[in-house]
Ligand binder design. Structure first.
Ligand code: GCO
Ligand code: MG
Length: 395
């Protein structure tokens, strides 16, 4: 069996996605997703670049192809190549499942649970609005809910400056003190209003200094978070011990981790409780299950990143793994624009707060290329964040 073509499909059905179809000489093909928010063109080019090398290779040799793709650049790694490898790897697992006539989770060892616990996103401009949003998700069956005032910054986002021209993001101006104070009040309010039945998370999105993050984790301790996410940026990982020792608030990190070596210190030092990488961003199913096994060794649970910029195929790849890993914690869950479900038919089912993998052979989704072509890529960037005085700040 031989790979005959690797098609890169750049499409924007509601938002941008970088998809791949790995074609073979036997008619069977695999689909994958390598979307990297704001860097879609770079990933598309990286896949295009590798694709020429893959022609003629046996798609069944997943492990060998993984290492081939990882090493062929000589300068290894980086998020763009990790996403490119991730997309191709998911497509190869799709082919493998189709050949075996089994859904991928069966190939990976079979179900270790009946369904995949998910968390949803609640938000609002005031604690009352956030409460309403939490209740709305609870009514849909969610047991674990991430709560934020005003996206990531709340009243910490002191103002927004419109972009100088279309297709450039607006600049947001962030101050940590109002953000921290407002979120301590938010969780006090939510616990008072909602009681103990709901599990609550919060995403700091790397916006704090180490001592601010430690303070926030400590202040939130009485409200018993499920986890506090990304209290620090990866560049400040050396200060994690400070945050860890400040409280028993569970900590989560890892959505921008794109290789096992960056994940390792978080695990070895037992700085976190939940590792948040996404299979597609760390090099696919092949690499993610190894990293999950290392996390298991250190008593860390997996909470795969599942924001709106990771499409339905990437979501399904995560759910197949969620079904089989012993150290599953929770899966981040979003719904996609209707057009995205049409371009990528066959998405996982979500019922009453839990996700279910497709039972079809392989990953279980397809790509409608004709429809994808009707939604051309639209240039988009990640938002910019500066401090009140104009200094660049972490997003
Ligand atoms: C999350 C993430 C997302 C990111 C997004 C960036 O926890 O879901 O922080 O909200 O902002 O994935 O592209
Ligand atoms: Mg996050």
């Amino acid at each position: 069996m031989k790979i005959t073509e690797v098609r890169v499909i750049l499409t924007c059905p509601g938002r941008n996605y970088v998809l791949v179809k790995v074609m073979t000489d036997e008619g069977v093909y695999g689909v994958g997703d390598g979307t990297l928010n704001g860097s879609e063109l770079a990933v598309a080019e990286a896949i295009e670049h590798c694709s020429h090398l893959l022609i003629g290779m046996d798609p069944q040799r997943i492990e060998d192809i993984w290492y081939f793709l990882y090493h062929h650049t000589y300068w290894r790694g980086g998020p763009v190549y990790a996403a490119a490898i991730g997309a191709i790897d998911i497509a190869l697992w799709d082919i493998k499942g189709k050949l075996a006539n089994m859904p991928v989770y069966q190939l990976l060892g079979g179900a270790a649970r009946d369904k995949v616990l998910c968390y949803g996103h609640a938000g609002g401009r005031t604690p009352e609005e956030v409460e309403e949003s939490v209740r709305h998700l609870q009514a849909k069956g969610y047991r674990v809910i991430r709560a934020q005032i005003g996206g990531y910054g709340g009243s910490g986002m002191v103002r927004t400056q419109p972009p100088p021209r279309a297709s450039i993001p607006p600049t947001q101006y962030f101050e940590p003190t109002p953000y921290m104070l407002e979120h301590v009040k938010l969780f006090e309010y939510l616990r008072k209003q909602l009681g103990d039945t709901v599990e609550l998370c919060h995403d700091v999105h790397e916006q704090l200094t180490p001592i601010q993050a430690a303070w926030l984790a400590k202040q939130l301790e009485p409200y018993r978070l499920f986890f506090l996410e990304d209290p620090l940026p990866p560049e400040q990982i050396g200060s994690f011990a400070l945050v860890r020792q400040a409280s028993t608030t569970p900590l989560a990190m890892g959505e921008i981790v794109h290789n096992r070596y960056d994940a390792l210190p978080l695990l070895q030092n037992r700085w976190i409780d939940y590792l948040r990488c996404a299979p597609m961003h760390i090099g696919g199913i092949t690499e993610m299950r190894k990293v999950a096994a290392v996390a298991e060794t250190y008593g860390v649970q997996m909470a795969f990143h599942g924001a709106a910029d990771l499409g339905p195929i990437a979501q399904a790849a995560a759910v197949h793994l969620d079904m089989v890993i012993p150290n599953f914690g929770v899966q981040e869950w979003v719904t996609f624009p209707q057009e995205a479900y049409e371009v990528m038919p066959g998405a996982c089912e979500f019922r009453d707060g839990y996700a279910y993998p497709p039972e079809r052979p392989g990953i279980g989704l397809d790509i409608n290329e004709e429809l994808a072509a009707k939604y051309p890529y639209q240039r988009a960037w990640m938002p910019l964040v500066r401090r009140e005085d104009g200094t660049m700040h972490r997003y």
